[in-house]
Design a protein around this ligand. Structure first.
Ligand code: ATP
Ligand code: MG
Length: 221
């Protein structure tokens, strides 16, 4: 086990009403495992990713990374865990528009104050086929290239887990397949657990396990 959620619940408050999203939900990921998270829009897929990655807190239940319970960590320790153990990939790429591709990829390491050389980028960028785009700014890259830069950024710090929220949602089918092929190949090579949200049933074949989030029926509280 590398990541586990036990009996977690999460609701949001909106105009005095409590809207349950996840109720008594369990989740487990092993090292290097590829897990697809799917379910209807609004069912709580992004919410689950935010909880598992420590960006948001569950109302109840426990989440742990290896032996570390999130509830036992200070805010600073949680930030440190996110920076050292996790990588993130989003539908909208979220590259910094004023930085070129190389500096975007190195961002997480800069936040960790880790010394790196541009030559450290070479193997991963070659594998992702972006070695010739490293001095391009995001607006000079295609969507597929931007997402491959985002994959390099997620992998550069040798994370244990990558969280991907609809990473291929803005890409056409050809680019979606290329991005998923590369992402899953890189995760396998580095034994990184990949937790990926998708609406696209055809991408479930990349998963070792599929987690379906049911829509919680609204009830008064
Ligand atoms: N910060 C928030 N405050 C209030 N409600 C929220 C908040 N974040 C999410 N929600 C609500 O919680 C529900 C689940 O949202 P979430 O983004 O997790 O869904 P999702 O499964 O990722 O949907 P999609 O497939 O459309 O991305 C939605 O109804 C959403 O409106
Ligand atoms: Mg979502």
């Amino acid at each position: 086990m590398i990541l586990q959620a036990e009996n977690i619940s999460k609701s949001y408050k909106l105009n005095d009403k409590t809207i349950p999203i996840l109720e008594h939900f369990d989740f487990i990921a092993d090292a290097g495992e590829k897990i697809a998270v799917t379910g209807p829009s609004g069912s709580g897929k992004s919410t689950l990713l935010n909880l598992l990655s420590g960006l948001d807190k569950a109302d109840s239940g426990d989440i742990r990374f290896k032996d570390t319970k999130y509830a036992d960590l200070s805010k600073e320790q949680m930030t440190n865990l996110r920076l050292t153990a996790f990588g993130y990939i989003f539908q909208a790429f979220h590259l910094i528009s004023t930085l070129n591709a190389a500096d975007n990829i190195l961002m997480p390491l800069a936040a960790r104050k880790k010394k790196v050389l541009y030559s450290d980028l070479e193997p991963i960028c070659k594998k992702l086929g972006i070695e010739n785009c490293l001095d391009h700014f995001p607006h000079q890259l295609s969507g597929g290239e931007q997402q491959r830069v985002a994959i390099a950024r997620a992998l550069i710090g040798n994370p244990a887990v990558i969280f991907s929220d609809e990473a291929t949602g803005n890409l056409d089918q050809k680019n979606s397949i290329q991005v998923m092929d590369l992402l899953t190949e890189c995760c396998s090579a580095q034994n990184v657990a990949l937790i990926f949200v998708t609406h696209d049933e055809s991408l479930l074949r990349y998963a070792d396990k599929v987690v379906r989030i049911p829509e919680v029926q609204p009830h008064e509280s």
